[in-house]
Design a protein around this ligand. Structure first.
Ligand code: SAM
Length: 272
């Protein structure tokens, strides 16, 4: 079957649209950003509930269709752009009261860029801009995201997601909920953003970089990946915690132990 351009598998399952919007919780006072509104299956319901709605659509004709359709709803803005080029900070409303202002994100994601979109969202989460995201993706990707360290599904996307958010699996849909039907099942996840950097006693940007280096090459051990990133064997030996096996792969190491190793390496290089 010919793959639709821009990951355009449109949701035609009304109950699923209602449940996706429901998973966001109470959005009466919230600013919501929808990624890839398409023909507006989810958008219509969001527009009825959210205080403000920003929709980001890359496709020219869908952008025009939606702009026309929502022309009389001032709380809805349709943006013609690539979500990966969009700065989430631009959508955050002005702070009212003590609590920092945040946005919620929703989307039946274009599957060809799921990981890139998630990494884009995590960057915004590190800046404290996001409260929650309800996102649909290919089922296998959702399973990887929610997997525990040491299981076969766990990998860099699991580590990065679990570093930034708690993950709740909402529901899974078969191909017939979409037109045209994709070749895969799709799962909706809710991500409640709560970056763990303080709790893990690490600095956000440094630890992110460290994790990227740790997972750089799939078949290599953690220590080999770190050597490739520039740590010397002596540095690694001096800092290596006793509770991390020397030949372990990153996929088997919890975020707590990754953070322990990162802190030890930082302390070792500061002392040296
Ligand atoms: C899986 S469809 C979902 C459409 C609609 N929300 C629905 O559920 O029926 C993905 C949508 O994302 C749009 N899209 C693809 N790449 C995009 C990008 N880089 N930035 C913004 N939108 C994009 C597509 O044009 C399409 O409308």
């Amino acid at each position: 079957m010919k793959k639709p351009k821009l990951g355009q598998n449109f949701l035609v399952d009304e109950a699923a649209c209602i449940n996706i919007v429901g998973a966001l919780g109470d959005i009466r006072n919230r600013t919501v950003v929808e990624i890839g509104p398409g023909h507006g299956a989810i958008t219509t319901r969001l527009a009825e509930r959210a205080a403000r709605l920003h929709c980001i659509e890359l496709d020219d004709s869908l952008f025009r269709e939606l702009t026309f359709r929502f022309r009389d709803q001032p709380q809805v803005t349709i943006h013609h752009s690539d979500v990966l080029m969009t700065d989430p900070a631009a959508f955050v409303p002005e702070q009212v009261g003590e609590e920092a202002a945040t946005i919620d994100v929703v989307g039946n994601l274009p599957y060809y860029i799921t990981s890139d979109i998630l990494l884009h969202l995590f960057k915004a989460a590190r800046q404290g801009l996001l409260r929650r995201a309800v996102v649909m993706m290919q089922r296998e990707v959702a399973e990887r995201i929610a997997a525990a360290p040491g299981t076969s599904d766990y990998g860099p996307l699991s580590a990065f997601t679990q570093l930034h958010a708690s993950v709740v699996n909402q529901f899974t849909l078969g191909p017939n909920s979409f037109s045209p039907p994709p070749e895969v099942d799709s799962t909706v996840l809710r991500l409640d953003f709560a970056p763990r950097f303080d709790e893990l006693q690490v600095d956000a940007e440094g630890f992110n970089k460290f994790l990227r280096a740790s997972f750089a090459q799939k078949r290599k051990t953690l220590s080999n990946n770190l050597r490739n990133a520039g740590y010397t064997p002596q540095e690694l030996l001096a800092a290596w915690p006793a509770d991390i096996p020397p030949q372990v792969r990153s996929e088997a190491v919890s975020l707590e132990l990754m953070a322990k190793l990162y802190r030890a390496l930082g302390a070792a290089s500061a002392a040296g």
